[in-house]
Design a protein around this ligand. Structure first.
Ligand SMILES: Nc1nc2c(ncn2[C@@H]2O[C@H](COP(=O)(O)OP(=O)(O)OP(=O)(O)O)[C@@H](O)[C@H]2O)c(=O)[nH]1
Length: 427
């Protein structure tokens, strides 16, 4: 949760920063390059006499501003006058106009005939080991008098005459403004004899510290990096959660299996007599339920043998309680050795045991009881005294437990009454 709040806070900061930068770029971040026009500026004049023309240009300074007076005389060649203002420093390094958006010119203009003006930004370049000057031009339609003209730098283009005057193969025809050597203002291409006066009052380039496209690109990069980082963080968090869940699941599984083992242990203990290891009354419940359902479905008969050690009180009194316990344990062991898997030995009370014999007829139960009686008598399970037991046998003949046990108990009482160490069968 804390990390989530931190992340959201981070993105909020980034969003505000982005909006702030975009707004700042749009409304501020202005950068300007202006030019001090004075007599000291080494302005160059040129006209069509270089091509054999007869136009005449004259440079003067009116109110300290360079002024070109040109008489254009029609001839075979392209008739023109132009003035060229240097922008490069003493080492010949021109100015990089790539972060500028526009050129604003303030011109005074008079002409005897309607005409255009050509504004050149001449860029110094090195192509195929030759230093060349690329012409980037834009045409403006001047009005008489003093006017401001704002020319977007993006609209400067390389004129076709420049391209065709090059002999280099594969020359780029795109405008370049990274090393502008000079600005040249030239009369237009109206084919008429005319007088033109051009006064340059001011010019400057306007732009932004960071161009909008560059800013958007940088911001996009920052957002992309933030998104990638976020994805990495989320992936790591998921991996951590996954591993943690796996570890927890494993731990819970271990606890579960341990608890299951413990539960099984307790369940067994709850059904077991602690002294003899036989089932106790609790452990008999399932067996009796099965016996009743088998009786009801008529599947098979179940017999009950109750046996009680004879004169056990005397044995306890004469040889001690511990000897009594030893006899109980030894008797249980002996009985277990002589019964089948289908016979369930239960410690019913103090010195009394019950054996529930599944799938056993009355005759079978009688035989088993007699057999056990004889084994006990012959076994010498106590070194101190002769141990015998009396048996009562009853076949399950209804779907009620209580009368069944009562009948077995009565037959056991009968066996005791008849002299002990014998087996009696319930009617
Ligand atoms: N050592 C020992 N004695 C027990 C235990 N449970 C019951 N007894 C004793 O078993 C004796 C049972 O005595 P009685 O019910 O009088 O029966 P009996 O002496 O065996 O006489 P008959 O059954 O009539 O032959 C009592 O003295 C009980 O204290 C036990 O877990 N250990």
């Amino acid at each position: 949760m804390k990390i989530l709040i931190k992340t959201e806070f981070g993105y909020l900061i980034l969003l505000l920063l982005t909006l702030g930068l975009v707004a700042w770029q749009h409304f501020g971040m202005n950068v300007s390059y202006s030019y001090e026009l004075s007599r000291a500026v080494p302005i160059t004049l040129s006209n069509d006499d270089i091509n054999g023309g007869r136009s005449r240009g004259q440079l003067s300074f009116v109110d300290g501003k360079p002024t070109l007076n040109c008489e254009i005389v029609l001839s075979q060649s392209f008739a023109f006058c132009s003035m060229l203002l240097p922008l490069a420093d003493d080492d010949g390094n021109g100015i990089d106009l790539r972060r500028f958006d526009s050129l604003t010119l303030t011109l005074g203009y008079e002409a005897s005939e309607r005409d255009t003006l050509l504004v050149y930004l001449n860029n110094g370049e090195r192509i195929n080991n030759n230093d060349i000057i690329r012409a980037n031009v834009q045409v403006l339609v001047p009005s008489a008098g003093i006017q401001h003209y704002t020319l977007p730098l993006s609209q400067f283009h390389v004129p076709s005459w420049w391209v065709f005057s090059r002999t280099e193969a594969k020359i780029s025809t795109a405008s370049q403004l990274d090393n502008v050597q000079n600005i040249q203002i030239s009369t237009g291409d109206h084919r008429s004899a005319r007088d033109v006066q051009i006064q340059i009052l001011d010019f400057h380039f306007d732009g932004k510290w960071i161009r909008a496209a560059d800013l958007y690109f940088y911001l996009l990069m920052v957002w992309a990096i933030a998104a990638v980082l976020q994805i990495v963080v989320i992936a790591r968090r998921f991996r951590f959660k996954y591993l943690y869940t796996q570890r927890e699941a494993k731990r819970l599984n271990e606890i579960n299996s341990f608890l299951k083992i413990e539960r099984d242990k307790f369940e067994t203990l709850a059904k077991q007599d602690s002294l003899t290891g036989c089932l106790n009354r609790n452990g008999l419940i399932d067996i009796l339920e099965r016996a009743i359902s088998q009786y009801e479905s008529g599947q098979s008969a179940t017999a009950l043998i109750l046996l009680d050690i004879d004169h056990f009180k005397q044995l306890n009194d004469n040889f001690g309680h511990d000897e009594g316990d030893r006899v109980l344990v030894a008797l249980a062991t002996l009985l277990r050795q002589h019964i089948r898997d289908n016979d369930h030995l239960v410690r019913w009370g103090g010195e009394e045991f019950a054996i529930v014999c599944e799938q056993t007829s009355t005759a079978g139960a009688l035989t088993l009881a007699e057999n056990l009686r004889a084994v006990i008598e012959a076994s010498h399970i106590s070194e101190q005294a002769q141990v015998t037991a009396s048996f009562g046998v009853a076949q399950l003949n209804s779907n009620h437990i209580e009368p069944w046990f009562k009948r077995a108990d009565e037959s056991l009482y009968l066996a005791k009454h008849q002299g002990r160490n014998r087996v009696a069968l319930a009617p």
